[in-house]
Design a protein around this ligand. Structure first.
Ligand SMILES: [Zn+2]
Length: 242
């Protein structure tokens, strides 16, 4: 399948905003994607926003952000909103998102999925598009007891090394979660292998993307293929491979 390439915008590094309801959401849903971005995008700018968490859990989130985004220009916002009650904290969630939007303009936003069965995940997913309206939004999936997976639209292939590194870091960064009966290598690697099978890669993370733009390469006889520069005012957009 022809792949859309995520490339940095002209003249500046790529910037990514990762949003989670709880410490570990971002890393479970998109940890391999973040590791891949960190390893391939020089000067990557990243902002982590986590809406709930005790002091201990926030410490885990802070360490995980640094581990999954080594060498990135990283900033972090951690909030202590009431866990499992985010639908009743709608205004405060939107305020937290707008605080970030006032100081950080991302090209790519990594968010929970609108169809997620957890009310905290779903609330964030509903509010994000009201704040970040001109970005590429990728909604990640979180394995859980509810069995709420839908059919993803977008895949990020992962090498075996990256998939295993993701799981290694999950165990290392979130010791408070190791006792959970679903927290194990088989769940994380099994899902990644299944998504990899679906996109013909060793492993993958899958996302739902409700809107994306394609810039089509132009090629004329006697010339080499070239990619037309996007409009001056545009943010990052995925392009067809040239
Ligand atoms: Zn969560």
């Amino acid at each position: 399948m022809l792949a859309l390439h995520l490339t940095k915008p002209p003249g500046r590094p790529l910037s990514v905003l990762a949003i989670g309801a709880h410490p570990d959401d971002i890393e479970i849903g998109a940890g391999g994607t973040l590791l891949t971005l960190a390893g391939s995008q020089p000067g990557l700018r990243a902002h982590y926003l986590v809406l709930t968490g005790s002091a201990d859990r926030q410490l885990e989130a802070r360490r995980a952000a640094s581990a999954f985004l080594p060498a990135a220009d990283l900033t972090i916002s951690l909030h202590g909103l009431p866990e499992s009650r985010l639908p009743a904290a709608w205004d405060r969630v939107k305020d937290a998102l707008q605080e970030v939007a006032a100081v950080f303009v991302p090209d790519l936003v990594i968010v929970p999925d609108r169809g997620d069965a957890h009310q905290d995940h779903r609330t964030i997913a509903e509010i994000v598009p009201t704040v970040f309206r001109d970005q590429l939004n990728l909604a990640y999936e979180i394995p859980k007891w509810d069995g709420d997976f839908s059919r993803p639209s977008t895949y990020v292939p992962l090498s075996a090394e990256t998939a295993r590194r993701k799981v290694e870091l999950l165990h290392k960064c979130f010791p408070s979660q190791r006792h959970r009966d679903w927290w194990d290598d088989e769940v994380f690697l099994g899902l990644a292998r299944l998504r990899g099978m679906e996109c013909r890669a060793p492993y993958a993370e899958a996302f739902t993307c409700t809107k994306s733009l394609i810039t089509i390469s132009t090629s004329r006889p006697g010339t080499t293929s070239e990619v037309r520069e996007p409009p001056h005012d545009s943010l990052h957009r995925p392009r067809l491979a040239d």
